[in-house]
Design a protein around this ligand. Structure first.
Ligand SMILES: [Zn+2]
Length: 415
């Protein structure tokens, strides 16, 4: 393939993704607007007129911001790829620091950092204007910037040694480097699953055991009944940043942990919280984390193999203004461009995730011996978070990791 036709193809792929994203946002907005006038029959008695109208406004505002963000990011990506700034930075780095793995890892990290900067203004606007307007924001400016600094230190501290290791493996292991790099990445990922809940999450939030009382007793009883180690039920101070509420399950084996946001505990009644815990225990019992990890490991194996192939193609380098030879531009370009391909596979991943949600819901209904508590919890969660109750089916099919409220209620009623 010639360099020019490759540049044209890549540009086409980038624009196709942009067009699909904007089209989906507009499709969804039209669908929501058409139903915004009155509460649809399916939600009468579930959500009041004012909350429903507000959730439609919130959905539309988020959709508009998403369109701006998608368009802006696409323009930035095209500029970065085709103005020659990347090869210029790369050779400047090579001249200044040499081409050792240690220097090249700095180059990749610095480039990633610089490329994340254009996102900052829109992220800031989202938190302090949009979320604020709908009453969700509780983050202070200080906390927001502190979070970003901590993220930066963490990404550098963890990313740098990992990048050096991958680049060294390329030097040491020759043609099979991608398999070795994959093994190293997988080891790192597994280590993170174990360490993140213990070492990283506490850098951002406070985790406390559930306080004594009737709620704790009820949840302990449920944990006992399902043979879940209750020590790992914790409360997180989510209210420090946002009024959005949530619960999640993380880690595996002896390191698993179920986390309930303090905002969730304020919003739900005790049986509803028990149902949410049962749902999370369901994820654990059905081994959803190891399954998801295995799937993502297969994806990264395919990705690294692809990098190893691209790194041998001179035309691939020339299309973006690089001289063939070093693996570093291939890694960088792959990092920038993999999204234009994986985007089209994301509905598959989301479909799989929704299947897991249905399974965890069914487990919860079975443990609770009734679906009503879980339905009550889901209704409140959707209401308090101003979730879009009427997404366009194509939109939710493409993007949603969780089924909609109506889909979950119907599945629970049928169970
Ligand atoms: Zn879930």
């Amino acid at each position: 393939m010639s360099s020019i036709s490759l540049s044209a193809l890549i540009t086409l792929l980038i624009l196709a993704k942009w067009a699909a994203q904007v089209w989906l946002e507009r499709l969804n907005a039209r669908y929501v607007r058409a139903r915004a006038g009155a509460v649809p029959d399916a939600f009468k008695g579930v959500v009041d007129e004012a909350t429903y109208a507000k959730s439609a406004r919130y959905t539309l505002a988020k959709g508009r911001l998403d369109q701006i963000e998608v368009t802006y990011n696409t323009a930035v990506l095209l500029l970065v790829l085709f103005t020659g700034v990347l090869p210029w930075g790369f050779s400047a780095f090579n001249r200044g620091l040499g081409a050792s793995a240690w220097a090249m890892a700095v180059f990749l990290l610095v480039t990633a950092l610089v490329l994340s900067l254009p996102d900052l203004p829109l992220n800031w606007y989202d938190q302090f204007r949009l979320e604020e307007r709908f009453g969700f924001n509780t983050t202070t400016q200080r906390l927001w910037w502190l979070d970003r600094c901590k993220g930066l230190v963490l990404a550098s501290g963890l990313g740098y040694p990992l990048l050096v290791l991958v680049l060294k493996l390329v030097e040491w292991t020759g043609a099979w480097w991608w398999l070795w790099a994959w093994a190293a990445l997988l080891g790192f990922q597994l280590l993170m699953v174990v360490l993140a809940p213990v070492l990283i999450l506490p850098l951002f939030n406070k985790f406390t055991p559930l306080p004594e009382g009737s709620l704790r007793q009820r949840l302990l009883k449920l944990a006992d009944q399902t043979r879940f180690r209750a020590r790992s039920i914790q409360v997180m101070d989510g209210s420090k940043r946002s009024r959005h509420s949530n619960a999640f399950f993380t880690g595996f084996g002896g390191f698993r942990k179920i986390v309930l946001f303090d905002t969730l505990i304020q919003q739900l009644a005790e049986p509803e919280l028990a149902a949410v815990l049962a749902h999370e225990i369901g994820h654990c019992k059905q081994k959803h984390i190891p399954k998801t990890l295995a799937a993502s490991a297969l994806g990264s194996l395919a990705g690294l193999y692809l990098v190893s192939l691209l790194a041998q193609q001179a035309w691939f380098y020339r299309a973006f203004g690089f001289a063939p030879g070093s693996i570093v531009p291939a890694l960088l370009l792959f990092g920038l461009l993999s999204g234009v391909v994986t985007f089209w596979f994301s509905p598959l991943a989301h479909w799989w995730s929704r299947r897991h949600e249905y399974q965890a819901d069914a487990f919860a209904a079975q443990v609770m011996q009734e679906p009503a508590s879980l339905i009550g919890a889901l209704r409140k969660l959707n209401e308090k978070n101003l979730s879009n109750l009427t997404p366009h089916p194509l939109y939710s099919g493409f993007y949603y990791s969780h089924p909609t409220l109506l889909e979950r209620e119907q599945a629970l009623a049928g169970a």
